[in-house]
Design a protein around this ligand. Sequence first.
Ligand SMILES: O=C(O)c1ccccc1N[C@@H]1O[C@H](COP(=O)(O)O)[C@@H](O)[C@H]1O
Length: 199
Amino acid sequence: MYVKICGLREPEHVATAVEAGADAIGFVLTRSSRRVTPERARELAAQVPEHVLTVAVFAGESPEQVRAVTLASGVRAVQLHGDHPHGDFTALRDLGLTLVRAGAAGVDLRCGAFDEDLLIVDAPKPGSGEPWDWAAVRGRPSGRWMLAGGLDPSNVAAAIDAARPWGVDVSSGVESAPGVKDAGRIRDFVAAARRAAAG
Ligand SMILES: O=C(O)c1ccccc1N[C@@H]1O[C@H](COP(=O)(O)O)[C@@H](O)[C@H]1O
């Protein structure tokens, strides 16, 4: 089970996620209470070992903006949330980074359909922490896809059972208050996801 922890802003939470065994760590570089500057993302990404993927999250920016901010932040993956056309992914391919497409259950659910490497199937409102009907997508997405939207340490096992994803992605559910990550919840989330996958 691939586990991504998103919306990190503090070095201690990045360290916690790495120590807990996260496979990927996301930094939000779009409009959000979790937004960090490219400079801050670069500092945080520098403390992440190579085996953990660092991801810059965008929603609606042009490929030119995404390219500039991504290069400034020094991450290894780009996540485009929402209605980005296929051409945006094609335009970013030459960066040589992992491309992640993220959208709600109504999008094309075939990972790779937009030339992306990973797919995230999320709630209609990204980053809202609102659970949705995860079982509704069971058996529909193909390839390397992560479930997101309203996951937390207490429900991630049920969500995995309901949707059978390749991975899971969380932001709000590992916070103690909006935008404030909680080390204990990060550890609990990774452990619960791993247990669910093993059992
Ligand atoms: O987290 C945000 O603020 C955000 C803003 C804009 C686009 C995507 C965002 N986060 C993504 O939302 C899901 C996690 O949602 P939840 O908070 O766990 O319900 C994940 O894909 C994040 O990358």
